[in-house]
Design a protein around this ligand. Sequence first.
Ligand code: IPE
Ligand code: IPE
Ligand code: MG
Length: 243
Amino acid sequence: MAKKLDPSWKIPEHVAIIMDGNGRWAKKRGLPRNMGHRQGGKTVETICEEAYRMGIKYMTLYAFSTENWSRPEDEVSALMNLLRSYMKDCVKQAEKNKMRVKVIGDISRLDADLQESIRVLEKESEKNTGLRFQIALNYGGRDELLRAVKSLCGDVKEGKVLEAEISPELFSSYLDTAGIPDPDLLIRTSGEQRISNFLLWQLAYTEFYFPDVLWPDFSKDDLIDAIAYYNIRERRYGGVTHV
Ligand code: IPE
Ligand code: IPE
Ligand code: MG
């Protein structure tokens, strides 16, 4: 029987996902790793649609980390080609699902045509009022924090910001995720239990869920399981709820 959301459940407003296990998915089938990435791309499309239907407002997916450049050259170039075609398809998808898409990470290291497709996608989807979808691309939490610190230092030096004004809220506004609430739930597929440099600042009070399923197999039912898990967690934010 198909799983269903319980109407009494709280739906996390922002879900972040470390999409892991594409390579293992392909290996299990005797296929090249790239086939796993391709299948993983299809999962992205389904999950974005399902998430929004379930009432999730923001999704942030980790597509390529600052450390992923260290993979073999042919895998990196296959991933870049996949991202290239994904950005183009995503324009239509965003229009259909009313998604507003933003890429986070340092895109200046990407090829000029890919940077241009990203700008087009962001611009075309800017006015959409559906799912707010962030794609983390050449993203690293440490890199993001350092870029934010440098930009803040520049503003302090120019007198635009006073040192005394620096607060967590002000600092957040220098991050790539400015204006987006912190994730309520982080899902990392494939059974690995680490952050791998994802959203280091933003995950401070996020609930973590680590299912064994490999990303290309991640389905609507797995997303429902993740929300069910979220609903049995008790978020305390450093306070006490039982006295
Ligand atoms: C995640 O799948 C996708 C990216 C990092 C781009 P992997 O490629 O890491 O898959 P595994 O971990 O080798 O199975
Ligand atoms: C994290 O997965 C990055 C993405 C999913 C894009 P990795 O597979 O690269 O992480 P490690 O190497 O297992 O930590
Ligand atoms: Mg991996």
